[in-house]
Design a protein around this ligand. Structure first.
Ligand code: PEP
Ligand code: MG
Length: 540
């Protein structure tokens, strides 16, 4: 038996034969174009053809994995319009008189290389998206059809990596799970695996040898372990674990539509954290009471310039429409620290976590934050929207933010642009300063939400990005819990509600304590909503 370890993306077990998926590499030659106009036209026609194909793939993915995961094909459709990519291809054809195929491949590779150089693994994953989009256009240009994988019996698919198209085109009834050498937990294979509810282990590395092709295997998605040629005791243990897992899933599904109420009648709002439209869909699919934290900064990452007001308005409006009257808390951009963007020219900092971050950037660049506020006020007409500010440390900051809010509303009024001006506003409690003066802050805002990830980092002086500090990071530390309890008391004394949206909200060993402290809302990743509901209903 060989045991391989990677990162798991879905809690499930599968047992079957391992089969390697091989991609046929498309070779693209550089040739001199005799007629530049003709190459430009070929590119435009191929782009249209790719858009049609993406629409078909979207429809197919909606059927197999659901609307949330299918959204990637919509995103790829939008990338066909991306000015950097399209402009890059046109420039190459115009300036270097190259064939359209070569221009598409090179422009796609250039953008992908730039994204790969960024440290954030979520952004690096977007490099694959750009290459996928180039691939659709290349296929339309060459007219080649990608060969489809066919297997007689359901199997565990092993690969270096898979594109969204490859993943969705695999026959779902023939795929038991995925074992991937490179793809990260943010990859679309991972997202689809979650959507399909099948186990997948990513980032296995080179130890996943082709010698294992055709051998029996087991994926334990709970631990991220893959057993090749499992021995009998392992097989029996895994079979039992799988049976338990199926029973649990049925139990969780039966909780949809039920209340988040303890056995002795105390209720807590169970909301979802999200950072994309796909995650909002997942929140709906999992019966979230609302969105407790939408990380709007994700709209600002991995691009050349900040999203403008119109782009933001359209995204916020879609979120509200998807949530159909349920509350949505959108946090203003929490850029800085581990979420860096190049276009703001913020410069290098020795201590980015203690640096120019979140509302500090907004207060120093008021136009940037005002653009976001204007988009939020405009979107507020389409649902129940609340605005939340990150990294607050003082009452003065709130006063300055109020002044920016006033200016944003006044501008919209003057320009006769319709908006909803009375949005509830809250703040994140994620610095010890905010927790310690929460009695004063509570008089200024409509709600609190505790960001335990940062509150732990700043209280214990433990950098959350530094894996070497694992043993010192203890979100159960009395100092952190005391601050949460004290903040809850201050919130309630002022008549406002308090939620938790950091990782600790999903720590079931703390659920009972949080309810005892009077926490009104727990906001967790979509997949944790039903397990948390189950936990709450067990408490009596
Ligand atoms: C937190 O700090 O706990 C939080 C929810 O915000 P983020 O993880 O996005 O910093
Ligand atoms: Mg935070």
């Amino acid at each position: 038996m060989v045991i391989l370890c990677g990162k798991s993306v879905s809690d499930d077990i599968c047992i079957g034969r391992l089969v390697f998926y091989h991609r046929e590499e498309r070779r693209v030659e550089r040739t001199q174009a005799a007629d530049k106009e003709r190459e430009l036209q070929r590119f435009e026609r191929a782009r249209e053809e790719a858009a049609k194909q993406l629409h078909m793939l979207y429809e197919k993915a909606v059927q197999t994995v659901g609307a949330a995961e299918a959204a990637i094909f919509e995103a790829h459709g939008l990338m066909l319009e991306d000015t950097e990519f399209v402009g890059g291809v046109r420039n190459m054809i115009n300036e270097q008189s190259v064939n359209a195929e070569y221009a598409v491949k090179t422009a796609g590779n250039n953008i992908a290389q730039r994204l790969l150089a960024i440290e954030d693994s979520y952004i690096r994953e977007r490099a694959q998206d750009v290459q996928s989009v180039a691939g659709y256009i290349l296929q339309a240009l060459t007219g080649e059809k990608a060969s489809e994988a066919v297997w007689e019996e359901p199997c565990i698919v092993a690969a270096d990596d898979l594109t969204p198209k490859e993943t969705v085109c695999l026959p779902p009834d023939k795929v038991l799970g995925f074992v991937i050498r490179k793809g990260s937990v943010y990859s679309h294979t991972a997202i689809f695996a979650r959507g399909l509810g099948i186990p997948a282990v990513m980032e296995i590395g080179e130890e996943l040898s082709e010698e294992y092709d055709g051998l029996p295997a087991v994926i334990d998605g709970f631990t991220g372990t893959v057993y090749i040629e499992p021995d009998v005791p392992t097989l029996l243990t895994m079979q039992e674990k799988k049976r338990q897992c199926m029973l649990r899933r049925e139990r969780l599904y039966s909780l949809k539509g039920k209340g988040d109420i303890t056995g002795d009648g105390r209720s807590v709002r169970v909301f979802a954290n999200a950072g994309s439209l796909a995650e909002v869909d997942a929140a709906c699919d999992n019966d979230a009471g609302g969105i407790g934290l939408f990380r709007s900064e994700l709209l600002y990452l991995g691009r050349e310039s900040a999203p403008d007001e119109e782009e933001q308005f359209l995204v916020y409006r879609q979120i509200l429409e998807k949530m159909r009257g349920r509350e949505v808390v959108i946090r203003t951009m929490d850029i800085g620290a581990d979420k860096q963007v190049s276009y703001l020219g913020l410069g290098r900092e020795d201590n980015p976590a203690l640096g120019l971050r979140a509302i500090r950037i907004g207060l120093q660049n008021p136009e940037l934050l005002k653009t976001q506020l204007r988009a939020l006020y405009r979107a507020g007409r389409y649902g129940r929207l609340s605005v939340m500010y990150p990294m607050i440390t003082s009452v003065e900051e709130i006063d300055r933010l109020r002044e920016l809010e006033r200016q944003a509303r006044e501008e919209l009024l003057r320009q006769r642009i319709p908006f909803e001006g009375k949005l509830p506003t809250g703040i994140m409690i994620e610095t010890p300063a905010a927790a310690l003066i929460s009695d004063e802050l509570a008089k200024k805002v409509d709600f609190f939400s505790v960001g335990t990830n940062d509150l732990t980092q700043y209280t214990l002086a433990v950098d959350r990005q530094n894996a070497a500090l694992c043993e010192f990071r203890n979100p159960h530390h009395r100092a952190v819990l005391k601050m949460i309890e004290m903040t809850a008391e201050n919130a309630h004394a002022a008549g406002i509600r308090i939620g938790i949206c950091g990782e600790l909200a999903g720590d079931f060993s703390m659920t009972e304590d949080f309810i005892r402290m009077g926490i009104d809302e727990l906001s967790v990743p979509a997949g944790m909503i039903l397990p948390l509901r189950e936990r709450i209903r067990e408490i009596c």
